[in-house]
Ligand binder design. Structure first.
Ligand SMILES: [Zn+2]
Ligand SMILES: [Zn+2]
Length: 309
């Protein structure tokens, strides 16, 4: 079974479980307090937006199971290249609030300028949110640089604002996958990128020995049939799993000298529900530092769509 289903839980349970994890991280790593405060502000906005999206209706996509199965068989994610209408009016208030939270939480003027560009019509929210949904990093970067805005920050706020929508789409597409052919195609998915949106995993969460990849954008969860580099498939001696801190064997990095990629893995009692996956990410930032110090990196997003520019 490649695709792993994660049951939805109530907003209250979600936030309680997030608070428990933040408290534990803050106790172990007091230096992360400002980063955790910012994450709390951002995730609360995302959780609230997710509740609005869950209460509404998702756009009806005409994606027949046979068509999706054929895409997956070619290694192409379900949503790649599909024209999906983004609910701009629903996402827009949160987009602005995310800028405000970032401005207060450390990004300062760089975040305020993005908010001003959105409010003043200098950024067209529909184009920005659509570019994020379709993973068009080049378009977001170029647009930001052109307007004198911080590209990474523009990418981040758009990604956070779109994430509850793409998560809902992912659940609908993967969770309700019907037809033997589509189920078989999903079960046979053996790629390191997400079968729904094509993004790389943020981390692998390991529960009871099962290494489950977790998409950094839509939070889908999938297991691979073999233990190998998720980027290039290397499974020989060039692919190594190590725990940089000997006292914490539950937190590891998989590094691959064949392609130079790395992936963080963390043992947990259960898989993180959306959007708490970013807590697994933030509590392992020292692993990113360690991997990067040794010259490993994360490859850019894969491009599945033909871009017009
Ligand atoms: Zn995804
Ligand atoms: Zn590799």
């Amino acid at each position: 079974m490649a695709y792993v289903r994660i049951e939805a839980i109530s907003r209250e349970k979600l936030l309680n479980s997030a608070e428990d994890r933040w408290r534990a991280i803050a106790a172990a790593r007091p230096d992360l307090a400002p980063a955790l405060a910012l994450q709390r502000a951002l995730l609360t906005l995302v959780v609230d937006l997710a509740a609005v999206i869950d209460a509404g209706r998702l756009p009806r996509l005409s994606l027949p199971p046979k068509y999706l199965a054929a895409k997956l068989a070619r290694g192409v994610p379900m949503l790649a290249g599909e024209p999906v209408p983004v609910p701009v009016r629903v996402l827009l208030p949160t987009l602005g609030q995310l800028c405000d939270a970032l401005a207060i939480g450390g990004a300062g003027d760089a975040a305020t300028h993005i908010r001003e560009a959105i409010d003043g019509g200098n950024i067209e929210p529909a184009s920005l949110l659509t570019a994020s949904l379709t993973r068009n990093q080049a378009a977001v970067r170029t647009g930001a640089v052109h307007r004198g805005l911080a590209p990474d920050l523009v990418w981040l706020v758009a990604e956070l604002a779109v994430s509850p929508f793409v998560h809902a789409l992912q659940r609908a597409l993967l969770g309700n996958a019907v037809g033997d052919e589509l189920r078989a195609a999903l079960d046979g998915w053996h790629h390191g990128h997400c079968p729904a949106c094509g993004s790389w995993p943020a981390v692998a969460e390991v529960v009871a020995g099962h290494r489950t990849l977790r998409c950094s954008f839509c939070a889908s969860a999938w297991e691979l049939p073999s233990y190998a580099c998720i980027y290039c498939g290397e499974k020989g001696e060039k692919f190594v799993t190590a725990a940089p801190n000997a006292d914490r064997p539950d937190r590891r990095i998989e590094v691959c000298s064949a392609c130079g990629g790395y992936l963080k893995t963390i043992d947990l009692p259960e898989l993180s529900p959306f959007p708490l996956l970013s807590i697994s990410d933030i509590e392992t930032t020292d692993l990113d530092v360690s991997a990067m110090e040794h010259g490993y990196g994360r490859p850019p997003l894969r491009d599945f769509a033909k871009r017009s520019g």
